[in-house]
Design a protein around this ligand. Structure first.
Ligand code: KG4
Ligand code: ZN
Length: 344
């Protein structure tokens, strides 16, 4: 068994490395965030992100090894985010992982970032399969049926904006800070969620797909008609907007679970930190006798511990990537063995 796995993550604006023992014990998890670099632009600037990864990847890697009390030669395998993400950013992590793998003669495996968000739950819970997993982050909103540690069936995803993107764009329209999800969450606590009705797209259809661009447009129109809200009105807008997103996420995930007769749900990704999402999901799933598992906030936002966790199980299944492993920017391409496109 490959016991000690080095995880590397660089898909967006966090440079991260972690050392994971036997898939469950986090010996170290180092995350270097670029929020300050991108704040003045109100969103991630891909070229700046890639450059920052180049600067940070080796110091972050060294820190992860030091904190774990190991050296490179102790590492049994390297797991790296292959995609989806920004290509220039992914290339930095992948090149580093390849170099480490080649120099150590240790195996390499490329893992999917979204699947890894759900695999974050393996670190903290004795999970029972199958479960329904919702990944909600700044770049993605995807619903999966997870059959075992390494088998993920995509049930649906957003057709346009991700839930986190909807939070961040609304925050920008409302003149709040970056990234906006946290600010909207905070202001919503003192707002009336029934003050304004925002659309809940696709909530009545059988599809497990999401759409969050309409709600942002609804906010644009609302602000045109009702400019310059006072502080209480701002809180009411935030609460109402948040409620529409959260309700959509919870209802759809609940429907996915009940229609597949599933009793465990995992919600992961940065938006899983949202306090109203946690509250409403807990309430609704409890009523249905479904157990809800949400990783700790440090494993919900981008990190490399989740990459190491999923990598461990992929290695256990005998999966290996070659040194011609390539990144992918959107969804995982079809299985093409030997061409280095994907390893599983
Ligand atoms: O998973 P993550 O760290 O990075 C991506 O892979 O995108 O997620 C970042 C996203 C951002 O859109 C941020 O606004 C959102 O997660 N977020 C939140 C909260 N905390 C982070 N959204 C709503 N409420 C929060 N408390
Ligand atoms: Zn992510």
């Amino acid at each position: 068994m490959l016991s000690l796995i080095l995880g590397i993550e660089s898909s967006c604006d966090e440079t991260a490395a972690a050392v994971i023992k036997e898939g469950r014990t986090v010996l170290s998890s180092i995350v270097s965030s670029q929020i300050e670099v991108h704040r003045e632009y109100g969103g991630v600037v891909p070229e700046l992100a890639s450059r920052k990864h180049v600067e940070k990847i080796l110091p972050v890697l060294r820190e992860a090894l030091t904190k774990a009390g190991v050296t490179l030669s102790d590492i049994d395998g390297i797991a790296v985010t292959q995609g989806p993400g920004l290509i220039g950013c992914l290339m930095v992590g992948i090149s580093t992982a390849k170099a480490v793998s080649f120099s150590l003669g240790a195996p390499l495996v490329g893992v999917d970032h979204l699947e890894a968000h759900l695999a974050a739950s393996y670190l903290e819970y004795d999970i029972s399969f199958p479960f329904v997993g919702l990944v909600v982050s700044g770049g993605h909103t995807s619903l999966y049926l997870v059959k075992n540690h390494t088998e993920f069936e995509l049930l649906g995803k957003t057709r346009d904006d991700a839930a986190g993107e909807a939070f961040d764009k609304a925050a920008k329209l409302l003149g709040l800070g970056y990234p906006g999800g946290v600010e909207i969450d905070r202001l919503s606590r003192e707002g009336d969620a029934r003050a304004i009705h925002f659309p809940r797209p696709f909530n009545t259809t059988d599809s497990f797909d999401f759409s969050f661009s309409g709600i942002k447009t609804a906010l644009v129109y609302y602000l045109k008609k009702n400019p310059n809200p006072n502080q209480q009105q701002l809180k009411d807008i935030c609460a109402s907007y948040q409620e529409a997103i959260v309700e959509t996420l919870v209802q759809k995930t609940l429907r996915a679970a009940t229609s597949h007769n599933i009793k465990t749900v995992v919600i992961a990704g940065g938006v899983a930190c949202n306090s109203r999402l946690r509250e409403l999901a807990r309430e609704r799933f409890e009523q249905e006798g479904i157990s809800l598992l949400i990783p700790s906030p440090r494993y919900c936002t981008d990190n490399a511990a989740m990459i190491g966790a999923l990598g461990f199980y992929r290695f256990q299944k005998g999966e290996r990537s070659e040194l011609n492993l390539n990144p992918y920017s959107t969804s995982r391409p079809r299985y093409i063995r030997g061409r280095g496109l994907v390893s599983h």
